[in-house]
Write a protein that binds this ligand. Structure first.
Ligand SMILES: [Zn+2]
Length: 312
């Protein structure tokens, strides 16, 4: 009898949780299966995850229509140590992973619930966006994949200044950003090596360019740009076909003019003190350069050695 009961119980536990041990609990929401090690999820996390999902559907639904029907698996470890020691074996600076073949995101419990939701939004964006490229057996360019994931960290499209990346964008001297022709050709892991300041600036530029392409134009244009890139078209051709920029340098000029708009700094200045997280941590504009912790934790899919292994 005990044996039979045990077998029934086993069936009720999802494969992922079984592999991870008996200390996992599960909560279901309309769009997530949330596996968590702690007895309770942080207050408001389930609701917050659903809010993130409906927000992501606006931008990512066109890339991954499956997101409205299929649930995403979340693995929430009790802390950073157990996350690092867990089955997905993330690098030690990582604070979140997208695991494509399991339609899953893994991450640790964090003290700040807002930070948890922004990491979850970042990794879920990678999961959804990458599935679009994988359909065609392609990998997205690093700049667009990272830029989009950073863009989705903000509370809402109307409040982009709530993201650390927007805040840091207002601190960088625009002259530090290489011209877009050069920028599009860079893969940080290959081309920037251990130059942390350059990697930090690359991330902020990726955020900024994707922000401009998606939020200052139509979603359909952005989707068409990705479709053209996925077909293998060079960036210059893809930009002409979808945005009607004759040359990459035309986009460069328009993007820099937008960047120079004083309203960005005003938006950040209007935030309450504790919402201005990027301003104390970042230090991009200071001579000491960018603190690696702000971006390293998100350096992501381009570190993925092969399909099926986790990306951060
Ligand atoms: Zn990332």
């Amino acid at each position: 009898m005990l044996g039979a009961l045990f077998a029934v119980f086993l069936l009720a536990v999802p494969a992922g949780a079984r592999e991870q041990g008996w200390d996992w609990r599960q909560s279901q929401t309309p769009h997530f299966i949330i596996n968590h090690q702690t007895a309770w999820l942080p207050a408001g996390f389930s609701m917050g995850a659903e809010r993130v999902h409906s927000r992501l559907r606006m931008d990512l639904g066109m890339f991954s229509p499956w997101m409205s029907k299929e649930k995403i698996n979340l693995y929430i470890y009790s802390d950073h140590e157990t996350f690092l020691a867990g089955e997905f074996a993330p690098p030690k600076w990582s604070n979140g992973l997208a695991i494509y073949d399991r339609k899953a995101v893994a991450m640790p419990t964090m003290k700040d619930p807002r930070k948890m939701l922004s990491v979850m939004a970042h990794e879920t964006t990678h999961l959804l966006f990458d599935s679009y490229w994988k359909e065609a057996r392609r990998e997205p360019p690093s700049w667009i994949n990272e830029g989009l994931a950073m863009l989705e960290e903000a509370e809402s499209p109307e409040r982009p200044e709530t993201s650390i990346w927007y805040q840091q964008m207002t601190l960088v001297d625009p002259k530090k950003f290489p011209d877009l022709e050069t920028f599009f050709a860079v893969t940080p892991t290959k081309d920037l090596h251990n130059d942390q300041a350059a990697v930090g600036e690359w991330y902020i530029q990726a955020y900024s360019v994707v922000h401009y392409l998606l939020r200052k134009h139509s979603r359909l244009q952005f989707k068409s740009l990705c479709a053209a890139l996925r077909d293998g078209k060079p960036v210059a051709d893809a930009l002409w076909l979808t945005y009607r920029y004759k040359k990459v340098s035309d986009l460069d000029k328009k993007w820099r003019a937008w960047l120079a708009d004083p309203s960005h700094k005003r938006r950040v200045a209007a935030l309450a003190g504790d919402a201005r997280k990027g301003m104390d941590e970042g230090a991009v504009g200071k001579s000491s350069g960018l603190k690696s912790s702000s971006f390293k934790s998100f350096s992501t899919s381009f570190t993925r050695p092969k399909a099926g292994t986790p990306a951060e």
